[in-house]
Design a binder for this molecule. Structure first.
Ligand SMILES: [Zn+2]
Length: 326
């Protein structure tokens, strides 16, 4: 041991129980290591599933041993943002299942009503973010409650997932972030799930974030149409010029479509609008003038394009008529 104390990788803290990894035994005095001494190099994990997780590197003889820590403790720290307690860690084939329970005891309906008593209970799984390429699922007992407000038996609302979803809230949010930057098929392939699942996740996240709050304090907006799919199919997009966020999308590109947005916004919030930027189309301008008193700001691109066309036309006219161009 004295010779190894000078090794640069060796930790100063010795094994707690005196068991040596050189013999292939865990320091928790439990079952033997899964990684044996015959492996030239590798990581040893205690065969006791819920016992201490000991990590050691082998190079013919042990180099160092790190502090022992329960696997559930590791995953409890990882899962802390989900507000759950990890009670067990199970490998099922190539997936990792974290058995959890909610830290909150009271059952809560999605409407907000809560009660300490449950109607019945069953177990359910949710797909969570992968760890080192391994699919991770959370498994927990989910209770039903007789909601006094809804007057029916409903499944409780859990903290780690959106109501009715089979994916965790974190998984949903990350996939939705990818959906903003890649096509649906690529996202589905990367996250190893069905493209219909990606569609459902995008819908859930959008619905969750489509609160009326996005209209609060709205003073400057921009509106434009974009085409999608093949043929002349358009959607009208309205953005908050202050935050840069898209706040509304409507099917079509005429005045009636933009009018739906102003109707949704309401008379009071329309009165607060000071400026609306748009291209030089008549439809959006007509709808804006009909519902607001905001200043209409033409898109600089279209203004410059109009000026360039005027200059070109003037030069052509000058050449054709031989009238000198000023
Ligand atoms: Zn309810």
């Amino acid at each position: 041991m004295g010779g190894r104390s000078h090794h640069p990788l060796r930790r100063s803290r010795p094994s707690r129980r005196g068991g040596t990894s050189r013999d292939g035994a865990c320091v928790c005095d439990g079952p033997r290591w899964l990684a044996s001494r015959t492996k030239p190099a590798g990581t040893g994990v205690c065969a006791a599933r819920t016992g201490p997780l000991v990590v050691s590197v082998f190079l013919r003889q042990p180099i160092y041993e790190v502090d022992t820590v329960c696997a559930t403790t590791v995953f409890n720290k990882i899962a802390a943002p989900l507000r759950v307690t990890v009670t067990d860690v199970v490998f099922e084939g190539d997936i990792l299942v974290l058995c959890i329970r909610a830290t909150r005891r009271r059952l809560r309906c999605v409407c907000g009503w809560s009660t300490p008593s449950s109607y019945d209970s069953s177990r359910r799984r949710w797909r969570h973010l992968d760890i080192a390429g391994t699919k991770v699922f959370l498994e927990a007992p989910v209770r039903r409650l007789a909601c006094g407000a809804c007057q029916r038996v409903v499944t409780e609302d859990v903290d780690w997932a959106r109501h009715g979803a089979r994916h965790t809230r974190l998984f949903d949010n990350v996939v939705a972030w990818w959906c903003q930057r890649a096509d649906r098929t690529s996202v589905a392939e990367f996250w190893r799930c069905d493209w219909a699942t990606v569609t459902a996740i995008a819908g859930r996240v959008v619905a969750d974030n489509l609160g009326d709050g996005r209209f609060e304090g709205l003073t400057r907006t921009g509106v434009d149409e974009i085409s999608w799919s093949k043929g002349h199919r358009y959607v009208t997009v309205v953005v908050d010029q202050t935050s840069g966020n898209v706040i509304w999308v409507g099917d079509g590109k005429n005045a009636e479509v933009l009018g739906e947005f102003y109707t949704l916004l309401g008379v009071d919030r329309c009165a607060l609008l000071t400026a609306v930027s748009m291209d030089m189309g008549r439809a959006f301008a007509a709808a804006t003038r009909a519902h607001t008193t905001a200043t209409i700001c033409w898109d600089p691109f279209h203004v410059v394009k109009l000026l360039n066309k005027a200059v070109t036309d003037t030069v052509r006219w000058s050449r054709l008529t031989r009238v000198p161009w000023p």
